[in-house]
Design a binder for this molecule. Structure first.
Ligand code: SME
Length: 151
């Protein structure tokens, strides 16, 4: 999908998500809704969901797509890099990311976005995988960073 089409689609989904999440304060409900809406409306999203940081462990949270790893080995892979660096990580080719964790070998590219609490502590990671190389751009980054702020 090109960036112009992505931008239009995200714009629409963002408005939709804003309305839905306003109905409750529960962050897990927000994560569930965000993963469902994104997965079903962005056709290049092969896996879309959250890993929550609980007692210094990254444990799978609400997600859509093929069955994922329950817990991610500490300080390894893209999600942990997002926690440790406190920044979005775009991975155009997962095989070139040194210690990438392959929950599903069909994933070829990935984007990881940290989710923060009001004190700027990371509480979770939004992780999106695609079956194609180089699926994610700065447009995905901009919109997904905006979307996780709804949590
Ligand atoms: N690839 C991630 C693991 C999570 S799955 O992609 C759903 C990582 O390297 O942290």
């Amino acid at each position: 999908m090109d960036d112009i089409k992505k931008d239009k689609r995200y714009n629409r989904l963002y408005e939709q998500l804003k309305t839905i999440v306003a109905k409750t304060d529960d962050p897990i409900a927000h994560m569930a809704t965000i993963s469902a809406v994104l997965y079903h409306k962005m056709d290049y999203f092969f896996w879309c969901g959250f890993y929550r940081l609980i007692d210094d462990k990254l444990v799978v949270g609400p997600y859509q797509g093929p069955v994922a790893c329950q817990e991610l080995e500490k300080h390894k892979g893209v999600c942990w890099a997002g926690v440790n660096r406190k920044e979005t990580i775009l991975v155009p080719d997962v095989e070139k990311f040194l210690d990438h964790i392959a929950c599903d070998s069909r994933s070829k590219s990935e984007i990881v976005i940290p989710v923060y609490d009001p004190n700027n502590n990371v509480i979770a990671i939004l992780d999106v995988d695609s079956k194609d190389l180089e699926s994610f751009s700065e447009t995905d980054q901009m919109w997904l960073e905006k979307i996780v702020k709804l949590i």
